[in-house]
Ligand binder design. Sequence first.
Ligand SMILES: [Zn+2]
Length: 314
Amino acid sequence: MNLVGVDVGATKIAAGVVSPEGKVLARVRRQTARTPEKLLSGIVRAVSEVRDGFEVGGGCVAVPGLLLSQESIVVYSPNLHAIEGIRLKDELEPEIKLPLTIENDNSAAAWGEFRFGAGKGTNHLVFVGLGTGIGGGIISHGQLLRGAQGAGGELGHVTIQATGPRCACGNRGCLEAFASGTAIGRLAREVAGERPSSALGRLAAEREVLGEDVARLAHEDDEGAVSVLREVGRWLGIGLAGFVNVFNPEVVVVGGGAMGGGELMLECAREEIHVRARPPGRDLVEVKEATRGPDSGVIGAAARAKEHSGKYLL
Ligand SMILES: [Zn+2]
């Protein structure tokens, strides 16, 4: 049976009809509205458009922020306040007229990679999504690990340096403050100041340097951009080494829109894991780039609907 997956982001809503094999059969994208009423009606409309002409058995809406899974309420969403405080399942299910599951977006992306992507065939996986911030999802014994309230898996807000830069969450020195897209931009501006003759330095003299500029210049072998991604990769590895010690995963999958640095960042991360994580976990774990790209949220959400409906289990 096909299922509907919806990935609600701060700027866009992506909805897809997904086959039992993880293939996206239809896609719809809409802008994310900034008021609660319009946000909800936008989700309902995206589902109604995308499922038109398909037989579907259920759906899952993946949302950004800290989620109380029992109540399906997002209590805090720094980039999408409009979604906070709403009983999402109660509001959306009667309108969408499908059995509905609500899930955290990074948990859904983790599930998408676990079922149909870089973690296929494993039972123990840690997913880290690098975007404006850093989100996480943990699969242990083939189950999504949520914690007591459903708000677990916030891997971006683990402190890795007590006196580090201020994080968007208010704490200092979170992994997110060192290895997110925002952190890449901040470090790039610092390195541009130190190396004004590098391509990165010359670009910074003309306009604001963004995360994607750094990835592009690093692929062109600019030493300034390469040094930024190596530094970010090392900080990422410091965070991942802790996750390897705690969860003993078979695979760590790194995805998200700020993963343009790809293998260059992951190489440095692997070196840190080797130095800092303990055997035997560090010798087992593979660190891989996500393979389902921007679809992993939609595919993962659909697969979560499958999990919750039970009868559609693969
Ligand atoms: Zn934080």
